[in-house]
Design a protein around this ligand. Structure first.
Ligand SMILES: [Zn+2]
Length: 394
């Protein structure tokens, strides 16, 4: 941490530009310091590699130190971001590790921008999910916006445009209405903010996303906050590759949930999930609501539609009900999020897309008619061609 209290009760921020090495040496020889949160003694460390900072003499239960200890990576990142925010136009104030009376929290940074108060946390280690959620709620209650920035080293890239996101990392994902979610990360080694745009989960962990680097010196806060249009062509290619891999590669280890889905599907259509129709793999912006793989919940909706006779009608509520039953018996799970969105939103978006694809039509707002039989293609070549055809129209 960069802020401590000296023996006279003065707040000292050693990340400020005014602190030369000589002045810091003098400061250290003249004063002693305590942590503003836990009031335990801290040492002023003046190294040549990391910026000067304070460190607890012993690591106890201090809430300033998120995770077990404050890593060099975290400190470097926080230091960079602090100075970067300082240089930004339109930002009225930047505070480092301030104590927020209203929420009794000490975020890494606190800025005022456009008359909005924004607490910024730069998180490089996994902390208890409950305390994370509580922190977000407290800010919200007090009308303080918050921005979570992930330590980029915690991101696991598994393909050109795909990543593995843990349930903890999903808390950093920002959701906007009718838009695919995105997240911010910062890498102090590259000195770049990395934005993952258009995050689309394929399975519980694997997502596809387009990433963009913003080197700090050349980037403004406004640049980063602007939602960039993503390269749809590249993402479509990556998505199709995911489907292809899934169809061609026999699944290795299976969770209890997916093996149950396998069994169920086999009972219903005598086929494994690798032969699910292309309609069970639609990449839609609200897919993140479900933690279960895309083909599981979309596949179950297709099975429901299959049970309806051709030109027969059904209500959207029948689909909600069928899926909620599947949630109750553990076939499908929804993602645990700081600000949850109802699973109905994902179902509505999916049914609308099936209407665009002319599988169903909306007779009235809540009433649907099935106008196409769900075809189960058993020739793999034909099925892969069908995937390309369907996904390209979206
Ligand atoms: Zn402390």
């Amino acid at each position: 941490m960069f802020v401590a209290i000296d023996q006279e009760g003065m707040m000292i921020n050693v990340a400020e530009k005014k602190w030369s090495r000589q002045r810091l040496m003098k400061l250290r020889s003249e004063r002693s310091f305590i942590c503003p949160t836990c009031k335990q003694e801290v040492d002023l460390k003046i190294g040549s590699i990391i910026a000067a900072h304070f460190a607890h003499k012993k690591y106890g239960e201090c809430s300033t130190v998120k995770g077990n200890y404050e890593s060099e990576y975290h400190m470097k990142g926080k230091h960079d971001l602090y100075h970067w925010f300082h240089r930004q136009h339109g930002i009225e104030s930047v505070q480092l590790e301030p104590y927020i009376q209203e929420t009794r929290q000490r975020p890494d940074l606190y800025i005022e921008y456009n008359q909005r108060k924004i607490a910024i946390e730069y998180q490089c280690s996994t902390i208890d999910m409950r305390s994370f959620k509580k922190r977000s709620q407290l800010y919200k209650q007090e009308g303080i916006s918050y921005l979570w920035i992930l330590g980029a080293k915690t991101l696991t890239r598994v393909g050109k445009q795909s990543y593995q996101l843990s349930p903890f990392q999903w808390n950093f994902v920002i959701k906007k209405k009718n838009a695919a979610p995105y997240l911010y990360a910062y890498c102090p080694n590259l000195r770049s903010i990395i934005v993952l745009y258009h995050i689309l989960p394929f399975s519980s962990r694997t997502v596809i996303s387009e990433h963009k680097h913003y080197p700090l010196p050349a980037t403004s806060f406004q640049d980063v906050m602007k939602l960039q249009t993503h390269n749809k062509g590249n993402l479509r290619k990556e998505w199709l590759q995911k489907i292809k891999k899934f169809r061609l590669k026999p699944p290795g280890f299976q969770s209890k949930q997916s093996s149950r889905f396998h069994q169920y599907l086999y009972q219903m259509v005598h086929l494994p999930p690798s032969y699910l129709p292309s309609y069970a793999f639609l990449p839609l912006v609200y897919n993140y609501i479900f933690e279960s793989p895309v083909y599981v919940w979309q596949g179950l909706i297709l099975l429901f539609i299959q049970s309806i006779p051709l030109y027969g009608s059904f209500r959207v509520h029948d689909v909600y009900y069928a899926i909620s039953m599947r949630m109750n018996d553990g076939f499908i799970t929804v993602r645990s999020l700081t600000e949850p969105v109802s699973f109905i939103t994902a179902i509505d978006a999916y049914l609308k897309k099936l209407a665009v694809l002319k599988v169903v039509v909306f007779d009235e707002k809540e009433l649907l008619k099935k106008v196409k039989e769900i075809r189960w293609i058993t020739q793999m070549d034909e099925l892969l061609l069908e995937d390309t055809k369907i996904i390209s129209t979206i």
